[in-house]
Design a protein. Structure first.
Lengths: 293, 501
């Protein structure tokens, strides 16, 4: 199969054209995933653009995005495939009076026609290029992770009644995790690992300039600097990139072009979601003078 | 899965993808393993595959490519970075990574010429580069670079500063920290910080900054100064590698991973990384425990039910029935020694226990040195555990006579005041090194506690081999505890807590 990208630079440029600002690490790993044909495990704090990365890659490669949202209790029938039991039953009943041998019926009802494909199988069987996004994989139980292993390492699915279905094309696979638990070694071993952290200030500024209309360079600069200062506090939940964007939008709506301590105090509830965090931040804004020499 | 076609990279000339590269890489991986990172064989192979696709000239990407294949846990990133810097810093001339990004590297041993060039190239104005710089000029240029946030310039100046101030002598067996200290002392970054702040105050429209702006300016400069320090550190590391060789250096720089850092001997920096590590750890632990409780093992055999179902099999108990597990929520009493040597350990344990307090029906905390005080009140209704732990250390009334640990007396006070609260549901955790300054042990109290409580566990932050040496009397208490554990680092602490529930 032809590689999707020419070099790391082009990945970066393409992503940028799709409004996703990647850094060296992100672009490099995406490029590598394509070349090595390995899935990418993306970890990092919530709201740093993990899911968006998969979407943007799908967009720039012109591939279809197939998404499997993980949750506690996810099982084979929801992730891989399921036999269409009702249809099988109908088929058996329809054949009841005819002379067809049981063996033939059995072969028949375990054929493609009665198979309901779920995201993972669908990604494998698709003829066109596909980006498979397995979202929040840390939510499934550790036992369920095993479901993913075959598809991740060999791009195939074994169905006992049908045999092994191999991929028509190798999909680009993204797994995201919010790191609420340690993923199994087996899973990690099969993936390239990418940690997306809060972006550097410069990059964050570019991101909000890209995403928010009518934002001046000066305001964006102030916003990102304040956000950076807030992230340095010990908080329950630091502001994510998406919250920074929300904050920027709010400030635009309020017609503010210069942020002072008061504005920051009034609107900080958009950045922070816990009361204790908000109190802490407001306290910091107010007593900043303690540090001045 | 194998990659079918052999990759033909434009930048991939045969000499660099050949065996020297693989040798280098395997040396690198050996060192990563020495540093404690778990690198499996598959990951090793992946890395070898990866370097075929990413040219080494693109240093940043190369680093991320290696990290993506080799490091699967973010807390190991720092360790990886150090090993990477050591290993690939000096491979310069041989693998041509230095030309564009590090104009100043390939002339390591003797330099003036190349240095002036390097300066000129990165700085543009080229003014007084090289050795001609006086300390004042250097300081001035550094100020300018910090003010503008000019990375390339900062790197060049960091190099200058190290050369001038670190006073490196080849073969001298001191660590990098010593050189770092000397360089920083001479640069007086704190003074520079103040000057920078003064300047931005002058430049403000009305001649002064509001408190808020002041704070933001300060954070900004702090950030830049941190970057400068990193540059200086990197430069020192490069020079040390040049002097002593990769193997020796990576041995010196080898640091334990956050989860293996010893509580009792952590440096300030390690403490910081520990404090950062404990957040995700508690979150993960809480999630795991909640899950374990929900899907935990089946309960004991339900005999009646089994017999009843056996009737449908003609009296054969083919389908054993089990009771639903009755999740017990223990009551936890934490009794912690917070005297100097073990304070950090007590802090982390209290933090962890409170972070998972949802798993217990009740948590009460007591701290002592030679007196004892209940500190549960600090945690009541408080969101911020670290804040509460901090208050415990500053406000609790724990000194009775002289502020030296006296386990015997502290237990005496505990037994007298709170002994009656211990019931059959209570699990008692005692934290401390049992270094009793030769006071009486009063171990009968622990015996009494054990007879009333469900379980008594003792966590000792000292290595096992030190137990019962000197004034440590952990042995006297051991007989009356259900378990005595060595808990020296986060990994062991996590393991213990998980076992507890």
């Amino acid at each position: 199969m032809d590689p999707r990208f020419v070099d790391v630079g082009s990945v970066r440029a393409d992503l940028e054209a799709a409004d996703y600002l990647a850094d060296d690490g992100i672009a490099g790993v995406v490029y590598l995933a394509d070349r090595l044909q390995k899935p990418i495990l993306v970890e990092g704090p919530a709201g740093t653009g993990k899911t968006q990365l998969a979407k943007s890659v799908a967009e720039i490669t012109g591939a279809r995005l197939i998404r499997l949202q993980c949750y506690e209790g996810l099982d084979e029938a929801k992730a891989l495939y399921e036999w269409n039991y009702k249809k099988q039953l109908l088929r058996i009943q329809a054949e009841r009076n005819s002379e067809v041998e049981w063996d033939a019926i059995e072969d028949d009802i375990f054929s493609d026609e009665f198979l309901l494909t779920r995201p993972l199988l669908e990604a494998i069987r698709s003829e066109d290029p596909v980006v498979l996004l397995i979202d929040e994989v840390d939510r499934v139980e550790i036992e369920t992770e095993a479901l993913l292993l075959e598809i991740l390492s060999d791009y195939q699915v074994s169905i006992p009644e049908l045999g092994t279905i191999e991929a028509k094309q190798i999909p680009l696979v993204f797994l995201t995790s919010n790191n609420t638990r340690e993923l199994s070694e087996a899973l990690k071993r099969r993936c390239l690992y990418l940690h997306i952290d809060y972006p550097e200030m410069e990059r964050e500024k570019q991101i909000i300039l890209n995403k928010v209309d009518g934002l001046t360079d000066n305001l964006a600069d102030q916003i990102t600097r304040i956000v950076r200062s807030i992230r340095q506090l010990e908080l329950k939940k630091a502001p994510s990139v998406s919250e920074t964007i929300d904050w920027a939008r709010t400030l635009i709506l309020l017609g503010i072009d210069q942020i002072d301590a008061e504005t920051a105090t009034d609107t900080v509830n958009i950045l922070l979601k816990y009361q204790s965090d908000i109190t802490k931040a407001i306290k910091e804004f107010a007593q900043s003078d303690e540090f001045s020499g | 899965m194998t990659t079918t076609e052999s990759p033909t990279e434009p930048a991939d000339d045969p000499s660099s993808s050949g065996s020297p590269m693989l040798d280098l890489l395997s040396g690198f991986i050996v060192e990563l393993r020495n540093a404690g990172l778990p690198v499996s064989l598959t990951e090793n192979l992946d890395a070898m595959e990866a370097v075929k696709h990413i040219p080494m000239e693109d240093r940043e990407t190369f680093k991320y490519a290696l990290a993506a294949t080799l490091v699967k846990n973010h807390s190991h990133w720092h360790a990886f970075e150090i090993v990477f810097e050591v290993f690939f810093a000096m491979r310069g001339s041989e693998y041509e990574i230095t030309e564009d990004r590090f104009p100043d590297l390939d002339d390591m041993d003797d330099d003036d010429q190349g240095e002036a060039q390097g300066q000129g190239a990165s700085q543009g104005q080229g003014g007084g580069g090289g050795e001609a710089l006086s300390p004042e000029q250097l300081a001035q240029m550094l100020m300018d670079a910090l003010k503008k946030g000019d990375q390339a310039m900062m790197r060049a100046l960091a190099r200058q500063a190290v050369r001038r101030y670190a006073g490196m002598e080849p073969g001298r067996p001191v660590g990098g920290t010593y050189y770092l200290y000397r360089t920083l002392r001479n640069l007086d970054l704190d003074g520079m910080m103040e000057q920078l702040m003064d300047q931005s105050r002058e430049q403000a429209p009305d001649g002064q900054l509001s408190k808020f702006e002041e704070r933001l300016e300060r954070d900004e400069f702090n950030d830049r100064i941190e970057k400068l320090k990193k540059e200086i550190e990197a430069e020192i590391r490069r020079m040390l590698v040049a002097d002593r060789g990769v193997e020796a250096m990576s041995r010196t720089l080898r640091k334990p991973l956050p989860e293996d850092v010893d509580f009792m001997h952590a440096t300030r920096e390690e403490m910081n990384s520990l404090r950062k590590a404990i957040y995700p750890l508690t979150r993960k632990l809480a999630a795991r425990l909640a899950r374990k409780r929900k899907y935990g093992r089946r309960g004991p055999l339900d005999f009646r039910k089994t017999v009843r179902t056996s009737l449908s099999y003609g009296g054969v108990p083919a389908d054993p029935q089990f009771r639903f597990p009755k999740p017990h929520k223990p009551e936890i009493f934490v009794i912690a020694d917070i005297s100097g040597s073990v304070a950090a350990f007590a802090r982390f344990t209290l933090h962890l226990v409170y972070a998972i307090s949802g798993q217990f029906s009740k948590v009460r905390a007591f701290v002592f040195i030679d007196g004892l005080d209940e500190v549960t009140r600090f945690f009541d209704g408080v969101d911020d555990i670290s804040e509460a732990v901090h208050r415990v250390n500053t406000e609790a009334d724990v000194v009775w006579v002289d502020g030296h640990s006296d386990y015997g007396h502290a237990f005496g006070v505990f037994w007298e005041r709170y002994g009656k609260d211990i019931g059959p549901k209570t699990t008692v955790l005692i934290l401390g090194d049992a270094r009793n300054n030769y006071h009486a042990s009063q171990s009968w109290i622990i015996k009494e506690i054990q007879s009333k409580a469900r379980q008594v566990h003792w966590l000792n932050p000292e290595p096992k081999s030190y137990w019962d040496t000197g004034d440590s009397i952990v042995g006297e208490y051991t007989n009356y505890c259900d378990g005595v554990y060595e808990v020296r680092n986060l990994r062991q602490l996590e393991g213990f807590v998980e076992k507890l529930i």
